[in-house]
Design a protein around this ligand. Structure first.
Ligand code: 3AM
Length: 181
């Protein structure tokens, strides 16, 4: 099973993301139901490892916190833009959660993630998009700030590839508890 761990987004954030997805010919906009903040991609996982991981991930829980989606950006390969994304303002709480997820994943004997965590929400994958509309999109939305989103948990998803967009199915939701003072 192909698995990943992600934070799902509130409706008003998804709606705001939908409003800006315009005017980039050749962009393949991610469907809203596939928009999330990925914390850890696990790849193909066998049944035994899945059974180990499911309960272990509960140990990564933190108290609820807020993130702010801010601005837009892109990834590129050989200087050609490949992905458009919405960014997340730097957040120690988010870093802490991601580090805890990584720790749990490693404790379940998965190989460490070598790439630096760069929190983002994928908006579009770019095929042969002309660079000018891409640049305009980035400029037009540089001040994009749909407001805060409260993070009350995370989800272990399975990802099913086929024709067209992958189908992501929530396998387990991990809900955070309010701290008791
Ligand atoms: O929806 P986003 O873009 O955040 O890009 C893939 C997607 O993230 C990412 O995992 C999420 C669910 O598919 N992904 C796919 N292959 C990956 C890989 N080899 C990967 N992330 C890291 N390494």
């Amino acid at each position: 099973m192909r698995l990943f761990v992600a934070i799902t987004l509130p409706e008003q954030i998804l709606a705001a993301l939908e409003r800006i997805q315009q005017n980039v010919p050749g962009a393949h906009w991610t469907p809203p139901e596939n928009r999330h903040l990925t914390l850890r991609f696990l790849g193909e996982v066998n049944g035994a490892d899945f059974q180990d991981l499911m309960p272990a991930l509960a140990d990564a829980a933190v108290p609820p916190f807020e993130i702010e989606i801010a601005s837009v950006g892109h990834f590129e390969r050989r200087q050609i833009p490949t992905v458009l994304w919405a960014g997340i303002r730097p957040s120690p709480d988010l870093q802490r959660l991601q580090a805890k997820v990584e720790q749990v994943v490693r404790s379940c004997s998965f190989p460490p993630e070598s790439r630096k965590f760069s929190p983002h929400i994928t908006l579009a994958r770019l095929g042969e998009s002309d660079p000018l509309p891409v640049r305009n999109f980035l400029q037009r939305n540089s001040l994009f700030a749909p407001g805060p989103a409260r993070v009350e948990g995370f989800t272990l998803f399975s990802s099913h590839l086929g024709k067209g967009d992958p189908h992501h199915r929530p396998e387990v939701d991990y809900l955070f508890e309010e701290p008791v003072y």
